[in-house]
Ligand binder design. Structure first.
Ligand code: SF4
Ligand code: SF4
Length: 366
């Protein structure tokens, strides 16, 4: 297999095809410190893309309660167990990715290009199982800043990976990655519903539709992206936890959050697909759990987030401030400003929101 560079692993790795990065790469940052689990994103996606017969169990956007929840059930725990030890040496991953850990015999026998599994039907039936179930008693007895009882909401969409396992696994070559924005799509006219993409995707984001006998997945709201608008799940987010951008544009606020402030991290980078949804980790959760989920950058990311400088505070205020795509930004005095592709201002917001003190005669005390 060709060797490709995966910056999230700080090394080269095996992949089915040569490295071929798109001109622009669809990406987003989700701030897990802010998600309230309201599922507005989930319903915005469902009412846009998956409301038809045969799509009843499809949730291209889902929000699961960690550590116990998952859609499909146990998607990450099962694969982590299959993958075995996942050691890091500093910022370099020394374990195996899903491409490197595949079983060679299976590769020829069934076209298996990545380590994976097909979830059972029952695993898709409870998209929000264990909602709000927290992890009680931290056995290590940590105290603040980590909480004794903890949990958090993990919103997930397709990661529009740089090295998609779904694309690599498709025997029909029905899956392709767009050069103009890096969005990964399934050509419905070529798909025959073999579900190799479902088996190989470590995030379990392709889903099978019985009425058409094809697989479908998040389309990155590409008609909106082409019009300069963020995706539905991002534009509707009540908690303003999401920010869209093109990761390989150095002027993008998303590029700043991932590569400069280093406050946002990929989900399970050890899987090796170079996912392009990045997460600001929740600061109250035990660090060993977060380190397995987001890699070795957790401690510096939380430190950067909790001691945010003016630029970071400004960029954090741009989350959910407009449904337009912010291509570049600047800090203008006490305000953060977002610009579109042509450099035209599309949003301006105060970095520190004004504090309103209720006058004594308005206190609700009788
Ligand atoms: S998250 Fe899964 S479905 Fe989406 S591009 Fe990556 S491998 Fe493919
Ligand atoms: S809409 Fe935003 S805050 Fe609500 S569940 Fe989705 S990501 Fe979380």
């Amino acid at each position: 297999m060709p060797q490709v560079k995966n910056w999230q692993l700080n090394r080269e790795m095996e992949y089915a095809y040569q490295e071929n990065r798109p001109q622009r790469q669809f990406a987003a940052v989700f701030n897990l410190n802010r998600c309230i689990g309201c599922q507005t994103c989930t319903m915005a996606c469902k009412s846009t893309w998956t409301f038809s017969p045969g799509q009843e169990y499809m949730w291209w956007n889902n929000v699961e309660s960690k550590p116990y929840g998952g859609f499909p059930f146990g998607w990450d725990v099962k694969l982590l167990e299959m993958l075995g030890e996942q050691p890091w040496n500093g910022s370099t991953y020394e374990g195996k990715t899903v491409f490197e850990a595949r079983e060679p015999a299976k590769q020829t026998a069934s076209g298996m290009i990545a380590l994976g599994f097909l979830p059972g039907d029952e695993d898709w039936r409870h998209p929000n199982i264990y909602e709000d179930t927290s992890k009680g008693h931290n056995p290590k007895g940590e105290s603040l800043p980590e909480h004794q009882n903890w949990g958090f909401y993990l919103p997930r969409i397709c990661n529009h990976c740089t090295y998609p396992a779904c694309l690599a696994a498709c025997p029909r070559k029905a899956i392709y990655k767009r050069q103009e924005d890096g969005i990964v799509l399934i050509d419905q006219s070529r798909c025959r519903g073999y579900r190799k993409c479902m088996e190989a995707c470590p995030y379990k984001k392709p889903m099978y539709r019985g009425t058409t006998a094809t697989s479908e997945k998040c389309v990155g709201c590409y008609p909106r992206i082409e019009q300069g608008q963020a995706t539905r799940c991002i534009a509707t987010c009540i908690g303003k936890i999401r920010l869209f951008g093109f990761i390989n544009d150095p002027a993008s606020p998303v590029h700043y959050l991932v590569h400069k402030a280093k406050v946002a991290l990929p989900l399970y980078p050890q899987f090796g697909t170079e996912p392009n949804i990045y997460y600001i980790p929740p600061r109250w959760v035990p660090r060993d759990y977060l380190a397995q989920m987001f890699g070795p950058g957790v401690e510096p990311a939380i430190a950067s987030y909790t001691q945010a400088d003016k630029e970071l505070l400004g960029v954090l205020q741009l989350f959910g401030a407009t449904d337009r795509i912010i291509h570049s930004y600047k800090i203008d005095g006490e305000e953060a400003v977002g610009m579109d592709e042509k450099g035209v201002e599309v949003v301006r917001t105060a970095i520190n929101e004004k504090v309103q003190v209720r006058p004594a005669d308005r206190h609700n005390i009788t």
